[in-house]
Design a protein around this ligand. Sequence first.
Ligand code: ARG
Length: 616
Amino acid sequence: MTRLTSPTQTEKPMLTSYTRFQQEFATGLASAIEAAYSESIDDASLYSDTHVAALIERPRKAQFGDLAFPLFPYVKLVKEAPPVVFEKIFAKLYLPDDLGEVTFAGGYLNLTLNTTRLAKALAAEILPAPDQFGSSSFGAGKRMLVEFSSPNIAKPFGIGHLRTTVIGASLNRIFAFLGYETVSINYLGDWGTQFGKMIVAYQKWDGEKELAENAIKGALSLYVRFHEEEKNDPTLSEAARLAFKKLEDGDPEMTELWEMFKTVSWKEFERVYNVLGIKFDLITGESFFNDKMDEAISRLEKAGLTSESRGAEVVDLGEFNLPPCLLRKQDGATLYATRDIAGLMYRWDTYRFCESLYIVGSAQADHFKQVFKVLELLEDAEGAAPDERMTGKVKHIPFGWVKFEDQALKTRAGHVIYLDDVLQKAISLAESKIRDKNAELADLSNVAKQIGVGAIVFSQLSVRRQKDVNFTWEGALNYEGETGPYLQYTHARLSSLLRRYHSQSDEQSVPNYNELDYTVINDTNTHQLMATIARFPATVENAAKEYEPFLISSYLLELTALFNSFYQRRDENGKIVKILSDNKALTDSLMSIVIMTRATIATGLHLLGLEAPEEM
Ligand code: ARG
């Protein structure tokens, strides 16, 4: 078996501005605590840089500043009142000149960073390569497997598979952006007893004609008819069982039909993936593991893990409060779990991943618990060395349901909402919206596609993964609400500003960050805008750690709201401050903020799987 070599390290030694400020703050604090309290605190590790750095939080409210250091742990140790502890530490606190202002509130020592210094550091970090901002080598040398989407052959690609597709694609992008070597996997449901039914229905009810017009819808109606007629005609079930048995035994006619189902289904699926802009590194369905299951089962047998239960071969998991994991039915047929077990063994042998993720709805939580437990027991029994174990590295990433408002779509297609229909409807709604607002727009149909798709994708990522999504058309497409199109619209407005800036100052595309003067921008809103931009790299990292694209979507909404207030900024006389003016120094400084915001929004949208149109 080939084992891929580890990817080469792409070293990008970079401390983000935010991390650097945090470190300066921590170093200063650590020395101050030592100076104030080394007599009364014996354990010196309590005032080490790393210990202090780990305690620093983000304040609960923006008015408390940008970084907060909790005094409670020290208050408890030295048995003095919080204000006293604050005063004593503060008296010994030396921070680099222009780091910021320290205040005391609610038991915390807070730091509000100096806006000018923050803005300068960010400009130096972002302007030289705006689209790299937030990327890192955090995951360098690590391989991450992300399995997602995995629809079932000969069944509709319905909205039931929308969320896994969107969440998985986003996580895959996030990990890649952080330097991981990602392997995106589509584990098609291309095996199982349903193929026996499909084959019987196809042969009996002129499937060729049925599938000619629309393969998937035709296949579905065959499938539905089979289930209806099966109720009154038990010979159908027996015929289906036989057909599947023949397929398993490699019968050429059955195999050809099965191949045909796969081809027509994949064509349909691919159309959806193209619309969504998703590609897979690996498309290996369940059937890929057919010839690998005997070996998998015999490994489990050798390890003494299998037993018999009512004629079936199982791994008993009663001890772990789980139902027995079924490996082989009485008639010898293998099951969904058997294929996943063989699949994991294969993935581990082939990829030696740092993590392998399964983006699958929470309804399958028990299934994954069983599969992972069986592999853990196997590794225990075989005495695998710690770094030769996949236990702890395999993770089920569950998510909630999608509740769809659109009944029309539902009834027309026979209780299935086709993803393709949803996407096409979103695109045409976006198109008519643009025609109302900006009929002259060049490339209108392409932009409509970006916005329609963006609306659907964002609707899936704008709530936490484990929560249900209540999808409504108005909620998804509203340009003013908390939607994908709203973020895209903001990006387009920033792009238009940038175009105007370029046309008026032709010689350079990006202001020189060494020459920018931020002393003119010291209002609270601008400060918060800067501080929020600074948090982007940490936000991406947290989204990866928590497998939660929602952290990025909510971040983008916050960033956009702050930018919109920045855009409406008024001077002392209450007049809106124009970003582009005759004052070159001011224009350059303000535009640098526009460029930083725009790049952050574009990258964020990209990580979620949305396009960032220049105009709309
Ligand atoms: N095809 C399955 C379904 O549609 C999802 C597959 C999930 N992945 C896995 N390795 N079991 O429900």
